[in-house]
Structures are given as structure tokens and as C-alpha cells.
Design a protein around this ligand. Structure first.
Ligand code: ATP
Length: 476
């Protein structure tokens, strides 16, 4: 994470808008809140659904070579031994002896010596009998507390998996883990999916679902939380073609954000340095975004070679080899993994879309969300709340709402109602005025260009659907 161009105010503005307008609330707020847990409100849940749909449509529906699954969160405990998470899904933790604050050592530049061990890279070493709790690392931390300058403790490795118990008895034999990533649900179903869907290599399996990590330092709103949603693809290919597929997915995933309106100059691809790379990964690139708190990972694209399937083959005793009937070869496929976070994507879309325009009277706030992502597509507004306009507006609303997320609003002056829609990212507003009563047309105000063409009421649904479907950018 770099320190360039930090804009802490922007985060505060986003958090406050999210709460005020019903995008995101703190979890259990009436009880004082639960640290790092967030609830998506009426607009936030629509936005989240739209983000996940946009991803699913791009990587599953639009392609012939990717299918979806929806695996369970709780899995056989041996899965996490095979994957390496029991032994190695750890972050180095340091405490300040003076102010008692806790940090991830790698985030504050504290060297953790001993064997080179990049933070949070599962798949290292063999599984111990019990998940590792907090084992000290070799060397003392040379750096001091970034908050108060106090002395830091030695770094200890802390396993990030949440444990729980299956069934009524809380004993070690019934320990299960809340999955820390959705990927393993894909690997263990590789054979089921390949044979049932009659797929031939190369093909991918995609999944969206909740993951849980007991993060040492959650924060930055929904950027790093302990419960979050992932959108992951495991793309299986023949060894030797993996580098070409790695390039393919890097380009695809970057383009997805650009197509949904994220500014290109705010995105970058950061290849992992050799000491960051998990030992089994051939290559890994992070898609990074310049958040108000600095450049940070939005998505990771990794070439994991045949590590995962090999490990599951070894631990389960079941063959996970693929037979290629064209070439009569048996092999364990290589895998390319684009792994994105739904919540981090949402934060990115919100931050990137937020704009303030200063007028003589006030500060107007806009969320210039891509029409496909906007939680409300159309505001339906009678110009005045009388003279037959609300009745006609209601008819327009009832005609459109089954097709598009609409919002009917009669409260206050028309300018204020437009601004309420601008602030939540609504791309279009249909205004029913005096002329509408005569010729059954409405104005369609475009959020960004401020164009206001008149459209006949019977044509509205098709007009708006076309604009949303074919929007080339987040400016309408
Ligand atoms: P980081 O270095 O930021 O902790 P990571 O490299 O551990 O992330 P991955 O394991 O590659 O993350 O997970 C893939 C994606 O899942 C991330 O790019 C991010 O979008 C999302 N993600 C991971 N951890 C969290 C979290 N604690 N909160 C929200 N999203 C997360």
C-alpha cells in the first residue's frame, strides 16, 4: 500500500453517504456495533446484487467455457489441511507494548525473519495436528510503533481461520472451519463438475460466496472485513498453455472494471515480487486501485500451476487426473485463479463514482455509477403534486417497476428530487409534466449530460433498457 495522494475526507464522505442514504450500515448498530461488520441496506443490497450479476454475466453467462457452482461454507476439515490453510494461512502479528495497538507486521514494514514466509500464503509446510495458534517467529522486530513510537513485541504468526463446532459436542473431533476462500469448494468439485457438465479442458468454474478471515487489522470501511464475499474463478488448462491463459485473464479482469466505468488511471497491475509469491505459484498479479488511503489490492490473478488438485488428490486418495481423449494423455490440469472481492469492488465503484459539484447555492453530490450497477435505474417524478400529474406518474411507475428498479418521488421541489437521485447514482429521471397529460410523453433527464429528450410513455421501457444495456461508460 503506498502513501501517495491520500484523501481521508473522501472515505468519511462515502461512509456518511452510505449510512444516510441506506447503502451500508454498521452491523448491530443499536448495540454499539460489531467491529468491521457491515450490513447492506435497501440501496446497498441492490448495488451488491448488480455487482455480482455483472461479474456472473461477464465470466459465466457470456462465455461457453465457464460454469458456476454454489458450494457450502462448511467443508470437511481435511480440505483445509490439503489446501495448506491449517498450517500456513497466517499473518504476522505485533503488539505495541506502550499503546497496546495491534498491527500486521508486514503492513508496517516490520521484518519477520526465520524462514522466508510471505504473509498469508496458504500451502506452506505440512499440517500440524492442531491449527497453529500464535507461534513466535525468530527475530525481534526492529521497527517501532507507527502510532506512538513505543516498543513492539516480537512478531507471532496468527491463523486467520474461524473455527466452530459441528454438532452439539464441542470437542476437537467436531471442529470445522468457516471457509477463508471460496476456491476450495471449486477444487474439491473439479471432477463432479467436469463429468456432470461434460466439459473439456480448458474450462473454468466460477463461484460467488461468503468467506471469513479473522483479520488482525480490519478496517477502511468495507475494504477489509472479517466476513466478506468473494467472486472467484478457477480456470483449468493444459500445462504449457497456462501462461497464455494467465495473460488472457489478466486482461479480461482489468477490462471488467474499465467497462463498468472505473477510471483507467486509477487502476494498475502489480506483479508480485519473488519474495511475495507463494512457493507453488508460478506468477501472481494484483489488480490495484488507488483508494483514498493509497494503492491497494482489488483482485488477485494467480497462476497456481497444479498445486491444488495435486494436494487434494494426495489428501483424499481420489484421482483428479484429467484424460484428454483427443491426445490420449492423462494429466493434472494447471489452474489460473482470478479472485475478486464483491465488497472491495463495491467500495471501488462508490469511491470512483463520487463527485461533488459546487454551485452558487450548495454542494451537489453525485454518484456517477454505471447504469448497470446503479441501485435505482429510474426516478419517476411528477413535476408538481397535483393537476393529474401524480396519477399519470403512478401509471408510468407501475408500468416500469417490474422491469427496472424504479423510485417514485413526489416530495419537495423538482430540483431537490433530482439531487436526491443524483446522490444515489440514479442514471435517469422521468418527469411527468403538463405536456405529458396532453401527448403522453415524458422527459427523460440524463444524470451526467443533463439532456432531457421527450419519450412516448409506451416506448419508455425499451428506451431505458437499451440505454442501460448498451452503456459504454458510467456517464449517461
Ligand atoms: P490482502 O493482501 O488485502 O489481505 P489477500 O491477498 O489475502 O488480500 P486474496 O486471498 O487474494 O486476498 O483474496 C482475493 C480477494 O478477496 C482480494 O483481492 C479481495 O478483493 C478479497 N478479500 C480478501 N480478504 C478480504 C477481506 N478481509 N475483506 C474484504 N475483501 C477481502
Amino acid at each position: 500500500m503506498s502513501n501517495e495522494k491520500k484523501e481521508p475526507d473522501l472515505m468519511e464522505k462515502i461512509v456518511s453517504l452510505c449510512k444516510r442514504r441506506g447503502f451500508i450500515f454498521q452491523s448491530s448498530e443499536i448495540y454499539g456495533g460489531l467491529n468491521s461488520c457491515w450490513d447492506y441496506g435497501p440501496l446497498g443490497s441492490e448495488l451488491k446484487r448488480n455487482v455480482k450479476d455483472a461479474w456472473w454475466n461477464a465470466v459465466v453467462r457470456a462465455r461457453e467455457d465457464v460454469v458456476g457452482i454454489d458450494a457450502s461454507i462448511l467443508m470437511h476439515p481435511r480440505v483445509w489441511e490439503a489446501s495448506g490453510h491449517v498450517a500456513g494461512f497466517t499473518d504476522p502479528l505485533v503488539d505495541c507494548k506502550q499503546c497496546k495497538k495491534r498491527f500486521r507486521a508486514d503492513h508496517i514494514g516490520v521484518a519477520t525473519s526465520g524462514p522466508p514466509r510471505p504473509p498469508r500464503k496458504e500451502g506452506e509446510g505440512e499440517a500440524p495436528a492442531e491449527p497453529s495458534a500464535s507461534e513466535p517467529l525468530a527475530a525481534p522486530a526492529p521497527k517501532r510503533c507507527p502510532e506512538c513510537g513505543g516498543e513492539l513485541t516480537e512478531a507471532r504468526q496468527f491463523n486467520l481461520m474461524f473455527k466452530t463446532f459441528m454438532g452439539p459436542v464441542e470437542e476437537s473431533a467436531s471442529v470445522v472451519f468457516m471457509r477463508p476462500e471460496t476456491a476450495q469448494g471449486i477444487f474439491v468439485n473439479f471432477e463432479n463438475v467436469q463429468t456432470s457438465a461434460r466439459l473439456k479442458i480448458p474450462f473454468g468454474i466460477a463461484q460467488i460466496g461468503k468467506s471469513f478471515r479473522n483479520e488482525i487489522t480490519p478496517g477502511n470501511f468495507i475494504f477489509r472485513t472479517r466476513e466478506f464475499e468473494q467472486m472467484e474463478i478457477e480456470f483449468f488448462c493444459k500445462p504449457g498453455t497456462d501462461e497464455q491463459w494467465f495473460e488472457h485473464w489478466k486482461a479480461e479482469r482489468l477490462q471488467w472494471y474499465i467497462d463498468l466505468g472505473i477510471r483507467r488511471e486509477k487502476l494498475r497491475m502489480r506483479p508480485h515480487a519473488a519474495d511475495e509469491l507463494a512457493h507453488y505459484a508460478k506468477a501472481c498479479v494484483d489488480v490495484e486501485y488507488e483508494f483514498p488511503f493509497g494503492w491497494s489490492e482489488l483482485e488477485g490473478v494467480a497462476n497456481r500451476a497444479d498445486f491444488d488438485l495435486k494436494r487434494h488428490q494426495e489428501y483424499s486418495g481420489k484421482s483428479l487426473e484429467y484424460f484428454d481423449d483427443a491426445t490420449r494423455e492423462h494429466y493434472i490440469p494447471y489452474v489460473i485463479e482470478p479472485s475478486a472481492g464483491a465488497d472491495r469492488s463495491i467500495l471501488t465503484f462508490l469511491v470512483d463514482a463520487y463527485e461533488e459539484v459546487q454551485t452558487e447555492k450548495e454542494t451537489e453530490r453525485f454518484l456517477r455509477l454505471h447504469p448497470k450497477l446503479a441501485p435505482i435505474k429510474v426516478g419517476i417524478l411528477p413535476l408538481v403534486n397535483k393537476a393529474g400529474m401524480p396519477e399519470l406518474a403512478r401509471q408510468v411507475f407501475d408500468g416500469l417497476r417490474k422491469r427496472l428498479a424504479c423510485y417514485y418521488d413526489t416530495a419537495g421541489a423538482i430540483g431537490r428530487r433530482y439531487r436526491r437521485q443524483d446522490e444515489i447514482g440514479t442514471p435517469f429521471c422521468c418527469t411527468i409534466d403538463g405536456q405529458s397529460l396532453e401527448d403522453k410523453t415524458v422527459t427523460v433527464r440524463h444524470r451526467d449530460s443533463r439532456e432531457q429528450p421527450r419519450v412516448a410513455i409506451p416506448d419508455l421501457g425499451a428506451f431505458l433498457a437499451e440505454k442501460i444495456e448498451n452503456a459504454k461508460s458510467n456517464r449517461v
